[in-house]
Design a protein around this ligand. Structure first.
Ligand SMILES: Cc1cc2nc3c(=O)[nH]c(=O)nc-3n(C[C@H](O)[C@H](O)[C@H](O)COP(=O)(O)OP(=O)(O)OC[C@H]3O[C@@H](n4cnc5c(N)ncnc54)[C@H](O)[C@@H]3O)c2cc1C
Length: 506
């Protein structure tokens, strides 16, 4: 009989497509899942994220047992400190002579695993994560020799590779990208359907009690926990999205909405990222919905671009440029994070809404993350590491492979433009155009200085002024810089002075 192997499954790898699990022989091998302190505490994770992962792990382990696998499950209360220790204990207690793991999604853990084999005294095989649609080698080949790594060209190649939204090799409808149809601001044009909740079952309730008890200082209001914790329930949630929200997803993708935290977004990143949903399957399902005329092409394309394009692209950027990527800070931004990032206690209505729901629910949609919170952090020159640590902590879908490029690269432009062709900087007028927060805000988006002026306005020009040399090298910023430079110097000084007072008040 061959020596049994220990198959370690990480909390964000709960999928039958996990390549380590696919190798498992249920008569011989041992599957290990472990809730360990090191992973649960390396940032102050949102409690929704810990509940989602622990409960999903417990359900997944039970499923594997029902299928006849031999499963070792280490619950959090056993006090095992790290994944390596969990492996060591299991190796000691079994005849396993090798560890097999699907590669982790974070550089931190991936580097640590390099020393596991000598420390554990057995071979450790780390397999490439085939759940993603672009392999590391493929992304490196795509990137090599290119001056600029723009998502759009990568996305077109992915569409061609997987035959998604193609008509005889050409993009359906004749255009690759319908982004320009997806920027409508919110003026209460239609009803937003209420989201179906998943009632926590007894396993989830037990985990909620554990997390409330053991993580009292983490963000997250667990009385509002309603996430799916099994692949079957995640699939139902996604089907609800296809039936009730997809048709409006494209149009209001960039909308900022006072009355709803999720608008018409899909709320599936947390499931995709831990393995409960598969990226290609959701793209195919959305394409099918379009072919059945249940949504417009711009809605389907808008969704597919996010999953097949952006999601794979940011992961490619992360693994291509780490670990140096995490040290970049183009604008030398070092201002400490204001305390309202941890309380939501600010008079700026858009920020208050976005931060409060991020803390309470672990969710904000893309434009809240990018153009409200991220934009504020960019304009105010908030410390890049502190902002990235905040994003990694508060969101239920946060893992460094996807959080870091989005935060440091897309939102803060800290990566010297590796991802975005220009900084996503905007004044209060953008926020007013995209939604209805300004109506309930004490600040006026039409004012730049003086009592009641929207802070985004003066901060915007302060940012343009202090980085004029850098921005001046970017053709796409030419018009804005020219606009700033032609202003009366007295007016410029008063805007800068007002912005300084806003920054001091932080
Ligand atoms: C500063 C910042 C930080 C972010 N941090 C994370 C993070 O930690 N984890 C995470 O999964 N996403 C992150 N995103 C991307 C995006 O905001 C979320 O994926 C999205 O808001 C999740 O909500 P949804 O499932 O309703 O998405 P939808 O708007 O319905 O989009 C559908 C899917 O597309 C994918 N997607 C969309 N945009 C992106 C993107 N830019 N990068 C990667 N995938 C994308 C997601 O899987 C998402 O579920 C971040 C974006 C910004 C600007």
């Amino acid at each position: 009989m061959k020596t049994p192997r220990l198959i370690l499954i990480l909390a964000d790898q709960l999928s039958t497509a996990n390549p380590a699990l696919a190798l498992a022989d249920r008569k011989r091998d041992v599957i290990l899942l472990a809730e360990v302190a090191e992973e649960a505490t390396y940032v102050r994770h949102n409690r929704h994220k810990i509940v989602l992962l622990f409960s999903a792990m417990r359900h997944f382990a039970k499923d594997l047992e029902d299928q006849g696998f031999s499963v070792q499950y280490v619950p959090f209360d056993q006090g095992v400190s790290s994944l390596k220790d969990a492996c060591r204990k299991t190796l000691d207690a079994t005849d396993c002579g090798e560890v097999i793991i699907c590669e982790p999604g974070e550089y931190r853990l991936s580097s640590a695993m390099k020393s596991w084999s000598p420390e554990l005294g057995v071979p450790v095989a780390v397999l490439e994560d085939s759940r993603f649609l672009a392999s590391h080698a493929q992304f490196e080949t795509w990137a090599s020799g290119r001056k600029q790594l723009r998502m759009e060209y990568f996305y077109r190649d992915m569409r061609r590779q997987y035959g998604v939204l193609l008509d005889g090799g050409e993009p359906c409808g004749g255009k690759w990208n319908y982004d320009s149809d997806n920027r409508v601001g919110w003026r209460g044009q239609c009803d937003i359907p209420p989201r179906p909740d998943v009632e926590p079952d007894s396993i989830t309730q037990e985990v909620i009690a554990l997390v409330n008890d053991r993580f009292p200082d983490n963000p997250g209001d667990l009385s509002q926990f309603r996430l799916a914790v099994t692949a079957a329930d995640a699939k139902k949630q996604f089907e609800w999205f296809c039936d009730h929200a997809l048709a409006n997803f494209g149009t209001y993708q960039d909308a900022l909405v006072e009355e709803s935290p999720w608008v018409f977004h899909s709320l599936i990143s947390m499931y995709l990222n831990c393995g409960l949903l598969e990226p290609l399957a959701v793209c195919r399902q959305v394409e099918e919905a379009w072919r059945q005329e249940r949504c417009s092409l711009s809605a389907a394309e808008g969704f597919i671009r996010q999953v097949l394009g952006w999601r794979e692209y940011v992961r490619g950027i992360y693994w291509l440029l780490m670990p140096e990527y995490a040290t970049r800070n183009t604008f030398d931004a070092r201002r400490p994070l204001p305390s309202f990032f941890w309380t939501g206690d600010t008079d700026l209505r858009c920020l208050e809404k976005a931060i409060t729901q991020s803390l309470d629910l672990g969710y904000a949609h893309h434009i809240q993350r990018l153009m409200v919170i991220g934009n504020f952090a960019l304009l105010a020159g908030l410390d890049v590491d502190a902002v990235c640590a905040w994003y990694l902590a508060v969101y239920v879908d946060a893992y460094e492979w996807v959080e870091l490029p989005n935060t440091a690269g897309m939102a803060l432009h800290a990566d010297n433009g590796a991802m975005a062709s220009k900084p996503y900087a905007a004044s209060g007028k953008y926020i007013q155009k995209q939604g209805n927060h300004c109506k309930s805000c004490r600040f006026n988006p039409s004012k730049t200085t003086g009592e009641g002026a929207c802070p985004f306005n003066s901060l915007y020009w302060h940012f343009v002024d202090r980085h004029a040399d850098y921005l001046g090298k970017n053709a796409r910023m030419g018009l804005i810089l020219a606009n700033w430079r032609k202003r009366d110097p007295v007016e410029q000084d008063s805007i800068k002075a007002w912005a300084e007072s806003v920054l001091e008040a932080l």
